[in-house]
Design a protein around this ligand. Structure first.
Ligand SMILES: NC(=O)C1=CN([C@@H]2O[C@H](COP(=O)(O)OP(=O)(O)OC[C@H]3O[C@@H](n4cnc5c(N)ncnc54)[C@H](OP(=O)(O)O)[C@@H]3O)[C@@H](O)[C@H]2O)C=CC1
Ligand SMILES: CC(C)(CO)C(=O)C(=O)O
Length: 307
């Protein structure tokens, strides 16, 4: 199949990620349709606001916002920006907005997301977008962009020909992008960061900086990163152990940060344990890679989860 052009975009979940990227795409002149939940009425009345601590704010006055996916039109591109904990509702939502040639892209964190989508939509192009952004919804209809914002797009075989198209769309909206042919590699590389930092920030009640500045928790972060790297390598990824040091050094240079899982725990929302831990442990088990520290982290988080 070929994709001629992207004229309409659906944002499935107008939160920290969906609200930010959707607002940028809309501000650049694209037709964007937003699915929201608790703040659909507020966005309808007052618009969608991105308050950025790093760049210009955005205020969209006239927003195509919906409280039900059933009311949304079929779109050329669908961006999935729910927390993965809400993915059980995703299938029905996508049925409303996905047509024969719709490109579907998950911007969520986790493992195995695109293969689930490809099973549901075997003939549609499926992409993953690995977001390097620090943002959160701070009030109904208001997203606070704290830092960064780039996306690394990677494709399932069905979508290799649309990678450039999607990348150009985002670049034109002033969103830095990269593309890569290996979705598996891109997903595993992101997990090398998310698996240690997301969960440990909850267990230790600490920011990235606090965890890295302490020699014991720094060593634990590295051990967990190495477990993820070993699993990734068993799946054919070209990653070596120096990638752990590279990511830790990059994180040393970030402002102190609570990953999104910490925000979920503190606000009594379910944590993304299935997509970030259970699927990874299951995948590692299939290739006989032991991940004892990751497993223990997952078990502790599971005890603490509000879900
Ligand atoms: N925040 C960040 O900086 C980063 C997040 N990510 C990943 O991006 C994904 C999205 O995270 P994030 O944007 O932070 O999450 P948020 O919770 O901020 O956004 C998800 C949005 O989906 C909405 N939603 C949930 N269920 C439904 C439903 N049934 N119908 C309609 N809307 C619904 C929520 O509505 P409501 O507002 O009512 O809860 C919320 O606004 C996650 O996988 C996360 O790990 C990746 C990189 C960075
Ligand atoms: C790596 C980071 C911090 C930003 O992209 C993230 O994925 C998260 O907060 O979950």
């Amino acid at each position: 199949m070929s994709v001629k052009g992207i004229k309409s975009i659906a944002i499935i979940g107008t939160g920290a990620v969906g609200g930010y990227y959707g607002a940028k795409l809309a501000a650049a002149g694209n037709e964007v349709h937003f699915l929201a939940r608790s703040d659909a009425d507020v966005i309808q009345k007052d618009g969608l606001i991105v308050e950025s601590l790093k760049t210009n704010d955005i205020h969209l006055d006239d927003v195509n916002v919906y409280s039900s996916a059933a009311q949304m039109p079929v779109c050329d591109l669908v961006l999935i920006t729910l927390k993965t904990t809400a993915n059980q509702a995703l299938s029905a939502m996508l049925d409303s907005v996905v047509g024969d040639s719709t490109v579907i892209c998950s911007l969520q964190n986790g493992y195995g997301l695109e293969s689930d989508l490809q099973t549901q939509f075997p003939n549609n192009p499926i992409l993953g977008g690995l977001c390097f952004i620090c943002s959160q919804k701070i009030r109904p209809g208001v997203i606070q962009h704290q830092d960064f914002g780039s996306i690394r797009f990677a494709a399932e075989p069905s979508a290799k020909d649309v990678l450039t198209l999607i990348s150009e769309l985002f670049t034109a909206a002033n969103i830095p992008t990269q593309t890569t042919d290996s979705l598996a590699q891109a997903r595993w590389e992101k997990l090398v960061w998310n698996v240690p930092f997301n969960g440990l920030s909850v267990i230790l009640d600490a920011t990235t900086k606090e965890m890295l500045d302490d020699s014991k928790s720094r060593a634990l972060i590295k051990d967990i990163m190495l477990e993820v790297i070993r699993a990734a390598k068993a799946y054919g990824c070209t990653l070596d152990e120096s990638f752990a040091d590279k990511l830790m050094n990059l994180t040393d240079d970030m402002s102190p940060y609570f990953p999104s899982m910490k925000g979920d725990f503190d606000n009594c929302r379910p944590m993304e344990l299935y997509a970030i831990y259970e699927t990874v442990l299951e995948a590692a088990g299939k290739v006989q890679v032991p991940m004892p520290k990751t497993r223990m982290l997952s078990q502790l988080l599971s005890f603490m989860d509000h879900g």
